[in-house]
Design a protein around this ligand. Sequence first.
Ligand code: HPA
Ligand code: ZN
Length: 337
Amino acid sequence: MPLPKAELHLHIEGTLEPGLAFALAARNGLTLPYADTGELRRAYLFQDLQSFLDLYYELMAVLRTEDDFAELADAYLARAAAQGVRHAEIFFDPQAHTARGVPLATVVAGLTRALDAAPERHGVSTRLIMCFLRDLSAESAMETLEAARPHLDRITAVGLDSAEAGHPPAKFKEVYEAAAALGLRRVAHAGEEGPPSYIREALDVLGVERIDHGLRCLEDTELVDRLVRERTPLTLCPLSNVRLRAVDTLADHPLPRMMDAGLLCTVNSDDPAYFGGYVGDTFHAVREALDLGPERLRELARNSFLAAFLDDDEERRARLIAEVDAYDFATEDTATG
Ligand code: HPA
Ligand code: ZN
């Protein structure tokens, strides 16, 4: 049995595997500019975040119908569950779909169909986090929030993603204020490629409760002290950091140093179809590359539930943390743990 864990940093569009991309393209009468899945996979060599995003936005054009989104999400949930995920907080990018003429209602209906079935089908509880694309305007983000009003009972939080450099969080101050007024929780990507000041801005101007990535906090010791003091969770994505060249190799990843510093770290997969693994694979990879012992892995799993938006189900949080505390690593399936 794999270690129980929550996944808190997962872009559903980033779970689009090459096989499903080709199947959906065929179903929707679209032609991908790649001969087959092998040729597509060979395009997965990224220099930085932008080179990944170019392919990520190109490929998601195959997602058109409610069924497409339901199938995508169900495939992710099945894989995640097999790797020990018991709770998943799932990002989606409405503007990347509405810009292509796919209505927000179609996206939400497809995703929630899969999410609604997930507790029974996969033993996974879920939350949805609607992300704004930070390289688009604040007006576009505000329009997206407005358009989401009929769906807010299904959306737990707002997030901020896409190209970070040159797009500081403060641009979205009013949107985040409006989201908070609507009762939404707040997170934001910060310090993936952007400077530590973007992490401060996300906390101070946007009022976020968690920082997605946050890797570059290490360049600012006062900021690290603050994140430790305030117990701000960081949703780290080590395989993503290697593939997008934020770190040279997994062995160079600062995760152990960050844990030693007292930061509330979680480990996540980001865009698993593109970055070489789902969250269980990620746990396995960091354990090997960074020589993390069982207690370190247990701490990461415990942190994932502590940082989850499970405030409306504290009983489940407590039960899952108790499972982590009681977990016997001798029963682990190392292929998927
Ligand atoms: N960073 C920023 N935006 C994203 C990512 C990421 O890793 N994945 C999908 N959108
Ligand atoms: Zn991300």
